[in-house]
Design a protein around this ligand. Structure first.
Ligand code: SF4
Length: 361
């Protein structure tokens, strides 16, 4: 078996090129937010989700074969790597006391992260302001989830996910509610219930709001880490891709970051940065460095095509671009003492949507 790429470069390559599935494999999660339309793959201590949908993945040189003793990755018919797959967790087989299947409340992300889109609606979904890459309404219309998850339901599922599947941390996200504070407070209540039932560290994601006292409130609820997702530092890209969120200025995000770091500490605040939206590379690196210096981890990810969105067949960025960005961002992280492994909970700790943790020194 010969592998001309280092594992971290192979991970970046797979996330950009996608993978075709052969014999007996499931296509992974279909629809929804986060790592939708992807397959979870494990390379040693790193895990990634790899796109399985969209034109790019359908025409990928890479295929996953599960018919031998171990799952193997082929490139153009030649074996290039062994890989581990993430199996279906046991908690998916259970129902809540009120009859809802657990997998409609929360999903396993990566090997050990319990993730839920707590509010599966967004006030921007049915209009011009919807983010172009987002599939939050798709899972709901496909009946794969329920509209709003309660603190009690999430605590119940989290308890089972710890007991049956060894989950170690939680990511809670939500669409934005018409009054954003209402949604954020619901996330805080859910985090508190999970913390009380399991003691797990919990990460929540939301858009910044003017009320800076919200961070202390969330800390008091039991939230451990915060994500506020800018997606791009380029205002023109934001106006094109996230027209509603772009009405909140980049400065508003940085004001939120500063307050969040003050409350939660360095390395416990993060932002998703999507590469492949037509942004300027130098501006992206400058923005990431600005975040890192203030203690915010820029979780750099390649654009992922998600079914049912305007980006369904858009090509992810060239893997060489991703390798270059990962290398530069990893250097800035090291220079400023930030590490994915030091994040208590959430996407940075999970890492599956990015290959950045593998590039850290
Ligand atoms: S990085 Fe975040 S969205 Fe991606 S799989 Fe992990 S927890 Fe889910």
């Amino acid at each position: 078996m010969g592998n001309p790429l280092e594992t971290k470069e192979l991970m970046a390559e797979l996330q950009s090129k996608g993978i075709r599935i052969k014999q007996g494999s499931s296509n992974g999660r279909q629809g929804g937010a986060g790592p939708a339309n992807g397959k979870g793959l494990v390379f040693g201590k790193y895990q990634i989700t790899v796109p399985t949908a969209g034109d790019s993945a359908k025409n990928s040189h890479y295929t996953l074969h599960e018919d031998g003793e171990r799952p193997l990755i082929f490139k153009d018919g030649e074996v290039i790597s062994e890989v581990e797959l993430i199996g279906t967790p046991q908690f998916y087989g259970l129902h809540t006391a009120d009859g809802v299947p657990y997998h409609k409340i929360a999903l396993l992300h990566g090997r050990d992260c319990l993730a839920s889109t707590v509010i599966q609606t967004c006030f921007r979904w049915h209009g011009e302001e919807r983010c172009k890459f987002c599939g939050i309404g798709t899972s709901l219309s496909d009946n794969n989830t329920v509209s709003v998850k309660t603190p009690k339901q999430l605590a119940e599922v989290a308890e089972a996910a710890v007991r049956l599947d060894g989950v170690t941390h939680v990511t809670l996200t939500a669409g934005t509610t018409a009054n954003p504070l209402h949604g954020i407070k619901h996330l805080g209540d859910c985090a508190g219930a999970i913390k009380e039932a399991t003691g797990l560290p919990v990460h929540i994601q939301f858009e910044p709001v003017d009320d800076l006292s919200i961070y202390s409130h969330l800390k008091d609820c039991g939230v451990d880490t915060i994500g506020m997702h800018l997606e791009s530092f380029d205002q023109k890209v934001r106006e094109r891709i996230t027209p509603g969120k772009a009405k909140l200025s980049v400065s508003a995000y940085f004001e939120g970051f500063a307050k969040a770091v003050e409350v939660f500490g360095r390395n416990q605040v993060s932002t998703y940065i999507i590469v492949g939206l037509g942004e300027d590379l130098a501006a992206t690196l400058a923005g990431c460095t600005r975040c890192i210096e203030m203690g915010v981890y820029p979780f750099v990810v390649p654009l992922r095509p998600v079914k049912g969105t305007p980006f369904a067949n858009m090509a992810p960025p060239d893997p060489k671009t991703m390798v270059e960005i990962y290398g530069e961002v990893a250097k800035a992280l090291a220079d400023n003492g930030l590490r994915a492994a030091a994040s208590k909970a959430g996407c940075v700790r999970c890492g599956a949507c990015s290959a950045l943790p593998a590039f850290e020194r």
